[in-house]
Ligand binder design. Structure first.
Ligand SMILES: [Zn+2]
Length: 586
């Protein structure tokens, strides 16, 4: 009895970007099923296979290649000089400068006491390997886990399962089976996926979400893709499917030209308040370029507005898909250019002005009220600030004129490790005071106690040049900073290195979060280095809003470059400019 090992089907779009998609809950909840055994019975032949070793070589090569690429990306450093505070890659650069080992060590530590085979082993060879195994865990579970981690070839994993099945009267545990499935899905061996699917269907009434997720991902490439939709229904019986589950089913529907199913799944996904994966949205654009359908086109434009409302940015290849789709619309003559925006806020390609970073008076009032309510009075999140102290602060603010700049004193003092803290603070305050600005310095009471870092004379000079409020040492500064800045009006800026991410998260909805981020970009001042010796300079505040936008005849779409990592507090610097040469017929 021979087994046919299918060739490699290629669906590069779906797989190329994600060599390590997670095993998901399969790993964690698999133990629940460990006791349930899969009797393969008359399908025992399934695991007794003549495998095809040459493939494993190619696969290992590919995997190694993927890893090298990944490594390359990790160590990629941005060479651009002095990026904007919110510019993509700036946080990463800052973390490099401060020697923060963040984002390092992506590779999993492999504490293997077993040298993983690179080609299929026979029974004797597996027996020998097991004898040498010194670990505490079950040998089979340990080896299959290592195999999924290093993306071993399917034939090697299959020889393991065949060995286990032969020893246990054809019984292979769920854990082994699901990890084998993972490898089949990873290596896109669709016919193998279908075989595992049949076994699972025969043996289990239902699976856990990790198993479903893998089966869906594997099935959507086959003729039996509609069965992936049934698995999605099974998941829905116990939980809301993940955006990955929806994304896979949508991609399956699009691959098989069923756009109605794809859009209705998309509506369902968004209806659950899940943020779709960018690759799912990209798939709609990729599919759209072969169509000439107004309804479909309008749905794609809705996706662009969705990106706008949720402050999302397409990746580089997604931006290319958007460009290609626009340029493919018959009769509209859209032309796309990849470009940047000038400091003045004009598009370098078409010269049009990008939307201003400034909030409208209505937006400002809305944001101010929301922040006052949810972040400052919001209670639980800010137990570190007492209501009494907040009252004291409110009275203090009311007694002062509106401020021009609110300074996070402790943060500014620590911004430059070389100088004494009070000296740093005084230097910033004096230079700003010379410009006749109303200043507020927020500090802690301990700053008034003379110490090696805090000199009394320097703090006295600070107090002469700025309004100062010293909170209890245990208080959080941020609520005070936000309150004082917002209360002073939209001209008021603030200085802190802190990016206030926690506060953004406290806001009730995406609209408020988006306004907060926009306000922050327009009002947070960042000091550039070396101010003790030279004149105090701030990084340029962008005058325009980095967000997907349209005027009808134009679209401007910021996008992320593949090789530039961007922190959540940063915005992209590259744009896709789309303009229409001739107006559309009404
Ligand atoms: Zn433009």
């Amino acid at each position: 009895m021979t087994f046919y090992l299918s060739g490699f089907r290629s669906f590069p779009k779906l797989w190329k970007s994600n060599p390590y998609f997670e095993l998901g809950p399969a790993t964690s909840s698999a133990s629940f099923f460990l006791g349930v055994h899969c009797v393969i019975g008359n399908q025992q032949r399934w695991f007794s296979v003549k495998t095809t070793p040459p493939n494993s070589k190619i696969l290992n090569l590919l995997v190694t290649k993927a890893r090298t690429l990944k490594k390359g990306n990790d160590s990629n450093k941005q060479a651009s000089s002095g990026p904007h505070y919110f510019a993509a890659g700036a946080a990463k650069k800052r973390s490099h400068l401060s020697g923060n080992p963040q984002n390092q060590g992506h590779t999993l530590p492999v504490k293997s006491t077993v040298q993983l085979p690179t080609k299929p082993l026979n029974s004797k060879e597996w027996d020998k390997l097991k004898e040498d195994f010194k670990g505490k865990a079950s040998f089979e579970d340990f080896v299959i886990s290592q195999m999924t981690r290093s993306c071993s070839s399917v034939d090697v994993a299959k020889s393991l399962l065949a060995w286990v099945a032969a020893k246990n009267n054809g019984i292979v545990g769920y854990n082994l089976l699901v990890k084998y499935l993972y490898l089949c899905v990873f290596h896109k061996q669709t016919s193998e996926v279908i075989d595992v699917y049949e076994i699972m269907k025969a043996k289990y009434k239902s699976l856990e979400s990790g198993g479903y997720t893998l089966l869906i991902r594997g099935l959507i490439h086959s003729d039996r893709w509609r069965e992936a939709l049934l698995l999605l229904e099974d998941i829905k019986k116990v939980m809301v499917p993940s955006k990955k589950n929806y994304g896979d089913c949508i991609q399956g529907a699009l691959l098989h030209q069923d756009v109605n199913v794809a859009w209705s799944l998309y509506q369902e996904l968004v209806g659950h308040n899940l943020i779709p994966l960018l690759e799912t949205l990209k798939a709609f654009f990729d599919h759209g370029k072969d169509m000439n359908d107004d309804q479909y086109s309008n749905q794609l434009l809705d996706i662009l507005l969705y990106l706008r409302n949720n402050q999302l940015y397409p990746g580089e290849s997604f931006a290319h898909s958007i460009k290609t789709w626009f340029e493919s619309i018959p009769g509209r003559q859209w032309k796309g250019q990849f470009t940047t925006i000038q400091k003045s806020g004009q598009c370098s390609s078409c010269g049009r002005a990008i939307e201003s970073i400034h909030l409208s008076p209505e937006e400002y009032e809305f944001l101010k009220e929301t922040i006052m309510r949810d972040v400052i009075d919001g209670g639980d999140q800010y137990k570190k600030t007492t209501p009494q102290e907040l009252k004291r602060f409110e009275r203090f603010v009311k007694s002062c004129p509106p401020f021009d700049i609110v300074i996070d004193g402790l943060n500014v003092a620590k911004m430059f490790p070389k100088g004494r803290e009070s000296q740093n603070l005084l230097s910033v305050v004096s230079q700003l005071a010379q410009q006749n600005l109303q200043l507020l310095v927020l500090g802690r009471k301990h700053m008034l106690r003379p110490s090696s870092q805090w000199r009394k004379d320097e703090m006295e000079q600070v107090r002469k040049q700025a309004h100062c409020f010293f909170a209890d040492n245990i208080s959080e500064d941020d609520p005070f900073l936000l309150y004082a800045t917002l209360n002073s009006g939209s001209h008021c800026k603030f200085i802190t290195k802190d990016l206030l991410r926690d506060h953004k998260a406290c806001l009730p909805d995406v609209q408020a979060q988006r306004l907060f981020f926009k306000w922050q970009q327009g009002h947070q001042l960042a000091i550039t280095k070396g101010f003790l010796k030279s004149k105090l300079t701030f990084q340029h505040i962008l005058s325009y809003d980095t967000v997907v936008q349209t005027t009808g005849d134009t679209w401007h779409i910021p996008y992320d470059e593949d090789l530039v990592p961007r922190a959540s507090c940063e915005v992209p610097t590259k744009w896709l400019c789309l303009q229409r040469k001739t107006p559309a017929p009404c």
